[in-house]
Design a protein around this ligand. Structure first.
Ligand code: ADP
Ligand code: ZN
Ligand code: ZN
Length: 824
């Protein structure tokens, strides 16, 4: 007999694979991609994933045995494992952290495994050790024990051997619920026994049951149900059949007893069923056809194509056609959307075309539902169909695809594709490009307002570019008007945060029974100063970003380079002394607008009002059904929604966005204002947009008015080059945390010093970020800029090595260091 070892991934932030020994009895069962239970550390039992199988015992430690194999078939395939490795490498995290992000939590065993008695076994008490006997006695009273409880009972004396002894004798089991918190929904189904699958037999059967009218009724109902499905002798749900014939339970049981019906347990899917309407088969118009032909032509020589199409140009229809083609080639499709754009509107649109063939993967779904979708892609013995299309938010890149034929990334510019916390801090668009490569397939990025990096790549050769500049049905783009806040303040015409232009326009829209969207950006909340007379905002001399107000130091600081200056008392632009904090939220707007329009029905959509599972959909559907006149919201209202009665969109404060202390502030402002403008005036009517700003002549405002993405791009790319930002450099942000400021200071200075030995000039900081203390820990950041992409891998290795060195120093043991590659 051969002795095998397995290298396993554990779902913990540890940078290694761990080698375990395979008990001979499990030799046949182990396979890469299957989950196993292993003892980890002195007391824990956890789920690991088999990464590879080999015959080399570890040299540094004695390999422990794996305890059991959880899966009958691999739940992670070889491509996924490669993908995990890429993510771990690129985003500087452990493969265990990737595993943690990639698998629904119910697929990972918690460390507190319960031990229960096996109900099917007669216990031979004589054959137990003293410790085993003790545990069994407790279990007979307490039904289950955690490892920790078991350890307490045995006072830590040989807990594991005792438990393993009980497991081996099959007296105890590890509780399945914990191993797999997923609980399938079971339903009984019945079908007519094959003995009766012909007309003669059925006729004879009716004759035989002549005296049992209930049973005949059931038979008739059974045929009726099957006729609906065009399937004569199929399985039907027992509860459904029962519900068709009054008090039928006994009669049904008797049919089963007589072997006329066969009853079977079926696992019922939680994946919501829906009516498959006749596919709304849309024919693409000529512009769409040209675009799709270009996309396909470019896919011949390019793996990545960017579809830059203005809002409402019909991009989604193009995606649908490409997906249809992939499916008809027998392949799978992945359609990625940002979480907030994944609304029932888009889900229904896809389901109309693909019916049951769409699986939706959404963070608002329960873990059980997510497991079922995951499982539907891998489980060979299931009753639910394997979907060919996965529509989902960023984490759906981790689905177990085996045969991808196309990936679509819609709204590719959206920042929510990037996972911020916890690690892995991956960008789903960028990772999807790698995923496509692993599957040897193509990927289409789509956006009305692409990210500067993507457009740069598309324009200068790394990707291919296809443009679509006509709105579908020639609906006009909304008309964009500017409300000059400087004017309005100086002439004292402001009503709180509302300019007269905006108030008038809202009034007129409401009079015509049209709806209004008011947009206030959440990102505008960095504490910055603003001159209330002229709108001047202090900027960093070196970084082209807004300075942030630091209360403690009573100073303005650049959170990129650390430049600091005292808080001015007089505005250097207009000599006014009316300088104050800026920033107001959606809640405030909702309150104020209610005062000006007491009869209007107002609703608010932001982070706070959409916490509950269905809140988001409810707000949207109330607005769709015109139960609400004015919807106040953050960028949540900008995505993928199609309302047909909105005639006015108001942007409360463009400057908050334009002057946000971030080198991407201009790009973001353009994207957000263009997207929110797109909500105005669909379906035949030209919409109106009013943007309130202190800086009506700001070039970005002009580009928005002209809806000229190319001008925005030209503008931005010059700035990016001048200040060495992406796409001309790559950024890695290092965050250090510790509960004591002076230790954090020392540690971060030490890390910066080590890094500067080789990379002087590219290391910015250490600096305190805007939020400098999180959960009682002080935070400091170091930003690393690298010009040459080919040096990145090396640079990452250095950063990791230096960080390890810092952490090895006695005082810095408790300092936590984390990395954000390509931070947004
Ligand atoms: P985008 O994704 O570019 O914003 P959509 O695909 O949502 O644009 O299209 C905008 C509107 O036009 C939608 O209501 C869509 O149903 C409609 N539409 C787009 N293409 C077609 C087509 N070929 N036939 C019929 N309606 C279309
Ligand atoms: Zn001023
Ligand atoms: Zn600066």
């Amino acid at each position: 007999m051969q002795t095998f070892f397995v290298d396993i991934v554990v779902p913990l932030p540890l940078n290694a694979l761990y080698t375990y020994r395979v008990p001979v009895a499990l030799n046949e069962e182990v396979a890469a991609g299957k989950r196993v239970l292993v003892q980890f550390g002195p007391k824990k039992v956890i789920t690991g994933l088999i990464h590879s199988i080999h015959e080399n015992p570890p040299t540094k430690y004695e390999a422990k045995y794996i305890l059991s194999v959880i899966d009958d078939f691999p739940c992670v395939n070889a491509k996924q494992l490669k993908f995990w490795e890429w993510i771990a490498n690129y985003y500087m995290c452990s493969i265990g952290e990737v595993m943690n992000a990639a698998l629904p939590s119910g697929m990972k065993l918690s460390s507190e495994t319960n031990i229960v008695l096996n109900p099917d076994i007669e216990i031979d008490y004589a054959n137990l050790s003293n410790n085993e006997f003790l545990l069994v006695q407790v279990l007979e009273h307490k039904t289950k024990l955690t490892y920790k409880e078991a350890a307490d009972i045995l006072e830590n004396k040989s807990v594991l051997p005792s438990i393993q002894g009980l497991l081996k004798k099959e007296i105890a089991l590890l509780e399945e619920e914990i191993i797999n918190s997923y609980k399938p929904k079971i339903i009984n189904q019945v079908s007519l026994s094959p003995d009766f699958h012909n007309d003669f037999a059925i006729e004879a059967l009716f004759e035989r049951l002549k005296r049992a009218p209930k049973q005949i009724e059931i038979l008739l109902a059974y045929f009726q149900l099957n006729k609906k499905e065009n399937n004569f002798y199929g399985y039907v749900d027992r509860p459904l059949l029962s519900s068709m014939v009054e008090s039928s339970s006994a009669a049904l049981n008797s049919l089963i007893e007589k072997n006329i019906f066969i009853q079977q347990e079926f696992r019922q899917s939680r994946i919501k069923d829906f009516h498959t309407e006749t596919p709304a088969n849309k024919t693409l118009n000529e512009h769409q056809q040209t675009a799709i032909a270009e996309i396909k032509a470019k896919f011949e020589d390019n793996d990545v194509v960017l579809l830059h199409g203005i809002t409402s140009s019909g991009k989604t229809e193009i995606y649908i056609k490409l997906i249809e083609e992939a499916i008809s080639d027998g392949k799978q499709a992945l359609y990625l959307l940002p979480e907030i754009a994944l609304t029932s509107q888009i889900i229904n649109r896809l389901r109309k075309v693909f019916g049951r063939n769409v699986g939706v993967y959404h963070s608002k779904f329960s873990d059980n539902e997510r497991i079922e979708i995951y499982d539907s892609l891998i489980n060979p013995n299931q009753t639910i169909a394997k979907p060919s299309v996965i529509l989902g938010a960023r984490s759906s890149i981790f689905m177990p695809f085996d045969n991808l034929g196309i990936i679509i990334v819609d709204e590719e510019h959206e920042t929510s594709f990037k996972q911020f916390d916890p690690s892995p801090r991956y960008h789903a668009r960028d990772a999807a490009i790698v995923l496509a490569k692993l599957h040897n397939t193509k990927i289409l990025l789509g956006s009305a307002t692409p990210s500067i990096e993507t457009y740069y790549n598309a324009k200068y050769g790394k990707f291919a570019l296809v443009e679509l500049n006509k709105r579908f049905g020639d609906v006009e783009l909304p008309k964009i008007n500017i409300a000059d806040l400087k004017d309005a303040y100086q002439s004292k015409k402001m009503k709180s945060h509302f300019s007269p232009v905006l108030v008038d326009a809202i009034g007129r829209a409401l009079d015509k029974k049209e709806q209004v969207i008011l947009f206030q950006n959440r990102r505008g909340f960095s504490p910055h100063l603003e001159c209330n007379t002229c709108g001047w905002i202090p900027m960093c001399k070196y970084c082209n970003v807004t300075l942030t107000y630091h209360k403690k130091a009573n100073a303005l600081k650049c959170h990129y380079c650390g430049y600091a200056t005292p808080v001015p008392v007089i505005c250097p632009a207009c000599n006014s002394t009316d300088i104050r904090f800026s920033g107001f939220g959606t809640e405030k707007i909702e309150e104020e607008i209610a005062i000006f329009f007491p009869d209007a029905k107002i609703s608010r959509m932001d982070h706070d009002t959409t916490r509950k599972r269905n809140a988001y959909d409810r707000i949207i559907s109330d607005f769709e059904q015109r139960k609400v006149d004015i919807l106040v919201g953050t960028q949540m209202i900008t995505k993928g929604l199609d309302f047909d009665n909105v005639s006015l969109v108001g942007v409360l404060n463009a400057d908050n966005m334009l002057l946000f202390p971030d080198f991407r502030a201009h790009e973001r402002s353009y994207q957000m204002m263009t997207q929110v403008s797109g909500r105005a005036g669909r379906k035949g009517k030209q919409g109106n947009v009013i943007i309130q700003t202190f800086t009506p002549n700001h070039p970005i405002i002009q580009h928005i008015i002209d809806s000229s993405y190319s001008q925005l791009f030209e503008n931005e790319i010059v700035e990016r080059q001048k200040f060495s930002y992406p796409p001309f450099t790559r950024l890695i942000k290092i965050s250090l945390r510790h509960k004591e400021e002076h230790i954090l200071d020392k540690a971060s200075n030490e890390l910066a010093r080590l890094l500067r030995q080789k990379h002087s000039g590219y290391i910015l900081g250490p600096e305190y970020p805007v939020v400098s203390r999180i959960k009682n820990l002080f935070v400091k950041e170091i930003m690393v800029k690298e010009v040459h992409a080919k040096n990145l891998a090396e640079l990452k290795k250095e950063i990791l090595a230096h960080s390890d060195n810092v952490k090895l120093q006695k005082d810095f043991k408790q300092v936590s260091i984390s990395f954000n590659v390509d931070p947004l």
